[in-house]
Design a protein around this ligand. Structure first.
Ligand SMILES: *Cc1c(COP(=O)(O)O)cnc(C)c1O
Length: 422
C-alpha cells in the first residue's frame, strides 16, 4: 500500500509560519474514524471497551479525543494515572496494567477506583498491605514457552518478565477471593506489533479456554478478558494493514465456541491498544538542513532520535515521504540522519528517495504511537512541539516545544546556573 501523508507540502509551508519544524502532527479525523471502526468491530460484545495505552501517546488532547469516542485508558505509572485523572477518566475508565509497581502507584490506582491488573502473585499481599484489595481485580497471565501461530514464532513469553504462570493465576484468584475480591479479569500480552488478523483471535482462544478452567477450579465470577495491546500497523509499504472487522469477528467466533457454551456469555472483552489506535495518525515533520557526500550520501535533518527513537533503538523502519515530491522517482539513496553524536541516530539507512534539496520537508510516517513519547534529552537536545490537524483543517498546538529553560528546570533548587543567559 502506497503511504500517503495526511498533510501536503502546502499545508506544512503554512504551518511552519507559526510552528517551525521539527514537530509531531496528529490527524484527528484519522484517529476518530479508526476508533469508531474499532468499537463497531467489537460491538457484538456487550461490555466491550478499548483502554487506550497512555504510554503510546501521553497527550491530554489526544486522550480527550479518544474519551469522546468512548475509550478508557490503560496506565502503568503514577504520572499516567495523574494525567488520566486530570482528563476526567475515573473508576472503571482506567485499567492499571503495571509491573514492578511501587506502593504509591497502587495507592493512587486504588484511590481512583481503577481496575488493577496484578503482574505477579506476590503483588497480592503487597497491594493488600499498601492499599487493600478492590472488589474487581485482574491478573496477568504468561503461558511461558514460545508463542507460535501456525509455524510462525511470534514471540517468546518464556523469556518475558510479565505475568504469572497458570498455576499461580489460579492460586492468585483463590487467595484474592479470600481477601474479598468479587469479580475477576484475565489479561495477557503475548506479541507486539502483529501485522496479522490472527493474533487477537488466537490469543482470545487461549484466554477463553483459561477462563473456563479458572471458573471450574475456583468458582469465581469472571467480569472481563483483557486482550491487551499488540495489534500492529504496517510500517513498510509492502505490508497489508490489519482489518479490525476481521479481527473482531475472529474473536467473536472464539467467544461463541468457548465462552458461550460454558455460561460465560456475559464476560466483557477489553483491549489496551496503543500503536493501532494512534500509530498511523501521527507523523514527524522535519526539514533537510544539511547534505554530506563522503563514502555515502547523507541528508541531515533538524530532528534527531530525541524526537523519534524507534529507528535508533530497534532499527525500526519508518517510511519517509519528501513532501511535494510524492510522485518523483526514488532514484537517490540516502542515510537520513539526526544531529546526535551517536552513529545510530539515523531515521533511514540506504533509503531510496527522490533527490532531496536543502529546505525540503520530510514526513516521517507512523510516528503517532511510541514516537514523541519515547523522547529523551541526550546531547541536551530538546523535544519538539506536538500539533493537531483538526477535522476542519485547522492546526492546534497541543504541546509546545521544549525550551532550554525546561532542560535546566531540574537545577532550580540551586544557584549554580544563576548566570545562565537565556
Ligand atoms: C505497551 C502496552 C500496551 C500497548 O501496546 P501496543 O503495542 O501499543 O498496542 C498495552 N498494554 C500493556 C500492558 C502495555 O505494556
Amino acid at each position: 500500500m502506497k503511504k500517503v501523508p495526511f498533510v501536503t507540502k502546502e499545508q506544512v509551508e503554512e504551518i511552519v509560519k507559526t510552528y517551525p519544524t521539527p514537530f509531531h502532527i496528529y490527524d484527528e479525523k484519522g484517529i476518530r474514524e479508526n476508533a469508531r471502526r474499532m468499537k463497531e468491530a467489537f460491538s457484538w460484545n456487550k461490555g466491550f471497551r478499548e483502554y487506550f495505552a497512555v504510554k503510546a501517546t501521553p497527550n491530554p488532547y489526544i486522550m480527550k479525543i479518544l474519551q469522546e469516542e468512548g475509550c478508557g485508558v490503560d496506565c502503568s505509572s503514577l504520572t499516567e494515572l495523574m494525567l488520566s485523572e486530570a482528563c476526567g477518566f475515573q473508576g472503571s475508565d482506567i485499567m492499571f496494567s503495571s509491573n514492578v509497581t511501587p506502593a504509591e502507584e497502587y495507592i493512587k490506582a486504588k484511590e481512583l477506583g481503577a481496575y488493577i491488573n496484578l503482574d505477579d502473585i506476590t503483588h497480592i499481599d503487597f497491594l493488600n498491605d499498601v492499599a487493600g484489595i478492590p472488589e474487581t481485580i485482574c491478573c496477568r497471565f504468561n503461558p511461558g514457552g514460545v508463542f507460535k501461530m501456525g509455524t510462525d514464532i511470534m514471540d517468546n513469553p518464556g523469556d518475558a518478565k510479565y505475568g504469572m504462570t497458570k498455576e499461580q493465576l489460579i492460586e492468585a484468584f483463590q487467595r484474592l477471593k479470600e481477601l474479598g475480591a468479587k469479580r475477576f479479569g484475565i489479561h495477557s500480552f503475548l506479541a507486539s506489533n502483529t501485522v496479522t488478523n490472527e493474533y487477537y483471535p488466537t490469543l482470545a482462544g487461549i484466554l477463553f479456554s483459561l477462563a473456563v478452567e479458572v471458573k471450574e477450579k475456583t468458582g469465581v465470577e469472571l467480569a472481563f478478558i483483557n486482550l491487551s495491546g499488540g495489534i500492529g500497523i504496517p510500517y513498510t509499504p509492502d505490508k497489508e494493514p490489519n482489518d479490525i472487522v476481521v479481527i473482531g469477528n475472529g474473536v467473536r467466533e472464539q467467544f461463541e465456541k468457548i465462552m458461550v457454551p460454558n455460561g460465560l456469555s456475559d464476560v466483557a472483552i477489553f483491549t489496551e491498544l496503543g500503536r493501532f489506535m494512534l500509530g498511523p495518525y501521527g507523523g514527524l515533520v522535519v526539514k533537510a538542513i544539511h547534505e554530506k557526500h563522503i563514502y555515502k550520501e547523507y541528508i541531515g535533518v533538524d530532528a534527531c532520535a530525541v524526537n523519534l527513537m524507534r529507528p535508533a533503538m530497534y532499527g525500526a523502519y519508518h517510511h519517509i515521504t519528501v513532501l511535494g515530491k510524492e510522485d518523483a522517482p526514488c532514484d537517490h539513496t540516502y542515510d537520513v540522519t539526526g544531529s546526535l553524536c551517536e552513529n545510530n541516530d539515523k531515521f533511514a539507512i540506504d533509503r531510496k528517495l527522490p533527490k532531496i534539496d536543502m529546505g525540503d520537508y520530510l514526513f516521517i510516517h507512523d510516528a503517532g504511537a511510541h514516537g514523541f513519547a519515547m523522547g529523551y534529552n541526550y546531547n541536551g537536545k530538546l523535544k519538539s512541539a506536538e500539533l493537531l490537524l483538526k477535522e476542519d483543517g485547522s492546526v492546534q498546538m497541543i504541546r509546545r516545544a521544549e525550551t532550554p529553560k525546561d532542560y535546566f528546570a531540574t537545577f532550580d533548587f540551586s544557584d549554580i546556573l544563576k548566570n545562565m543567559k537565556w
